[in-house]
Design a protein around this ligand. Structure first.
Ligand code: SAM
Ligand code: SF4
Length: 326
């Protein structure tokens, strides 16, 4: 079988597929004014998604994360989960959600074939959660997280962007929470995008701050597994949960890159930052276009750069992460 590998010997078995850029939250670091449609394109249809994932699976993709915007806003979300999970070669289907409709749908998505779920919970304090996301529904999201655990998901992760002066004081609460919960907390360092420069300057908090606190409190860094990608994972004998740190500004972050992205309008992005994307849409209409599609993906990968150069202030063309799925 063919395997997507780039010029720096990185293997890509993981696809992050955005199915909409629409969102119903107004996270202050992502869409502070709420979603504004910036294009006339239709989002990828269910059939186009099938053709796309089939081609990627034949190129060695084993894991697909369905993301957005907010992926659960799509009415055919469960159907998409189901058909992606049935594509030959796909072993794991995951999603990232803001948790808005999780309580209602956790079981249905699980039954459709979803293996793993990341829920964004940017504060464990209801007021701060409201302040950051623009939604006063902290308890509803937390009930959704409990519904996932009850439904039997193999993996429930919580994403949180810790920010100076906003929710950094929540770190102790989060750590306390996973003492008895088998949950992986993922602290994602705030990234600068085209739209959030001033916000970034005010609130960016280095992941090193969290790492130093963890190490001082007896947490140990795990030897990275190949599927961890760029995350640094920490565990502690007294805690059931784990902590994952995503530190895009750290020196070797890009060395372990294992993912490619396709936007909700069918553009292949080799990196979260810094390029316009390669249009795949004209090759998604018919199953008979599969070989041409695979050739385009393989050719595009030859251009994947070694690093995103975020540390030198590059924000590329990404206005916010809702546009290509975070
Ligand atoms: N709407 C879903 C959600 O929030 O979980 C999925 C899409 S969202 C773009 C995916 C992840 O990206 C979320 O965990 C969010 O916190 C994170 N994110 C968005 N903008 C970010 C930024 N500028 N820096 C770091 N993480 C960001
Ligand atoms: Fe929406 Fe997710 Fe962006 Fe928040 S982080 S505004 S939930 S896309």
């Amino acid at each position: 079988m063919q395997q997507l590998t780039d010029n720096f010997n990185r293997k890509f078995e993981y696809l992050r597929l955005s199915i909409t850029d629409e969102c119903n939250f107004k996270c202050n670091y992502c869409l502070p004014d709420g979603y504004q449609r910036s294009h006339e394109n239709e989002f990828l249809s269910h059939q186009e998604i099938n053709h796309l994932v089939t081609a990627f699976a034949e190129l060695g993709t084993k894991k697909v994360r369905i993301t957005g915007g907010e992926p659960s806003l799509r009415k055919d979300f469960s159907d998409i989960i189901k058909s992606v999970s049935l594509v030959k070669g796909i072993r794991k289907v995951a999603t990232t959600t803001n948790g808005y409709s999780l309580q209602k749908n956790a079981q249905q998505w699980f039954d459709a074939g979803l293996d793993a779920i990341n829920v964004s919970v940017d504060s464990l304090d209801a007021k701060t959660f409201h302040l950051i996301t623009g939604k006063n529904i902290f308890q509803k999201v937390m009930d959704g997280v409990s519904a996932c655990v009850a439904a039997g998901y193999k993996q429930v992760k919580i994403n949180s962007v810790l920010m100076k002066g906003l929710n950094d004081q929540d770190l102790a609460l989060y750590i306390d929470w996973i003492k008895t919960q088998p949950i992986q907390l993922r602290f994602i360092e705030l990234m600068q995008t085209g739209d959030n420069e001033t916000f970034f300057d005010k609130h960016h908090l280095s992941g090193m701050w969290i790492k130093e606190k963890l190490l001082a409190e007896g947490w140990t860094q795990q030897v990275p597994l190949s599927h961890d990608g760029p995350a640094q994972i920490f565990s502690h004998p007294d805690y059931q949960g784990e902590v994952g740190l995503i530190m895009p500004y750290s020196k070797d972050f890009c060395k372990s890159c294992n993912r490619l992205r396709v936007s909700s309008i069918g553009k292949l992005h080799l990196c979260l930052f810094g390029e316009e994307g390669v249009d795949l849409r004209d090759l998604l209409a018919e199953a008979s276009q599969k070989e041409a599609l695979k050739t385009r993906i393989l050719l595009a990968l030859e251009d994947k750069k070694e690093s995103h150069h975020l540390q030198s202030g590059n924000t590329g063309v990404t206005p916010h992460l809702a546009s290509i799925g975070g």
